[in-house]
Design a protein around this ligand. Structure first.
Ligand SMILES: C[S@@+](CC[C@H](N)C(=O)[O-])C[C@H]1O[C@@H](n2cnc3c(N)ncnc32)[C@H](O)[C@@H]1O
Length: 199
């Protein structure tokens, strides 16, 4: 079963994992653009020669992300998609299967917005299935889960339930939690190819 590791801060942890894998010229995906913080973080890592695709189903999120990307001067390296992440492969092109270095999901609702518009178990699972197809051999997928709302609890349970079958299929999966958290606390699941299994 996936190892559980304590980290001081979830955001710092997944940013560090992405920094280690997403290098200049790389492809990356933000599956939940929201206010665009992760999109800009990835756009900075891929540099002028790489590219980031950012997905959100809310126009307000795409606008907020567009503004943040413009302020950073990263327009030419980011494609904003007002579409569900469950359609990511068809939007990005199946040519990129096995070529994406970093994929980030911050599940839940847009902070300061309608809490009823949230990521959902069925579409999150489908987006994560497609993400695993898109990941490059040394790439990493990070998924932040917020069990403080009902759908977040369901998403987390569904993702944890599928860990054994993904591990059996050669994926290395880790769970990161913060120490002495307030309950229910957000947590992180990361997915990468298990190098030992692929030898
Ligand atoms: C927690 S926020 C993301 C925060 C973001 N990472 C940031 O840096 O600001 C979750 C976002 O997921 C979006 N979302 C919900 N369902 C989605 C779907 N099926 N496809 C893409 N985005 C979705 C919501 O609209 C919301 O903006």
């Amino acid at each position: 079963m996936a190892e559980t590791i304590l980290v001081p801060r979830m955001l710092d942890a997944y940013h560090q994992f992405l920094e280690e894998r997403v290098k200049p010229g790389a492809f990356a995906i933000d599956g939940t653009a929201g206010n665009g913080y992760d999109t800009v973080f990835l756009a900075n890592l891929v540099g002028e020669t790489g590219h980031v695709w950012a997905f959100d189903i809310q126009q307000a999120a795409i606008e907020a992300t567009k503004n943040r990307v413009q302020v950073a001067g990263f327009e030419s390296r980011v494609t904003l998609c007002l579409q569900s992440h469950a359609e990511m492969i068809s939007v990005i092109s199946s040519d990129l299967v096995g070529s994406v270095s970093g994929i980030v999901f911050n599940l839940g609702y847009l902070p300061g917005s309608d809490k009823k518009i949230t990521t959902l178990v069925s579409t999150s699972l489908e987006a994560i299935r497609q993400s695993l197809l898109l990941l490059s051999p040394h790439g990493i997928l990070t998924v932040a889960i917020y069990p403080g709302h009902q759908e977040g609890t369901l998403e987390g349970n569904a993702l944890i339930d599928q860990i054994p079958s993904l591990e059996a299929a050669g994926w290395l999966i880790r769970i990161y939690k913060v120490p002495e958290p307030k309950s229910p606390a957000p947590y992180l699941i990361t997915y990468e190819r298990n190098k030992n299994e692929n030898k």
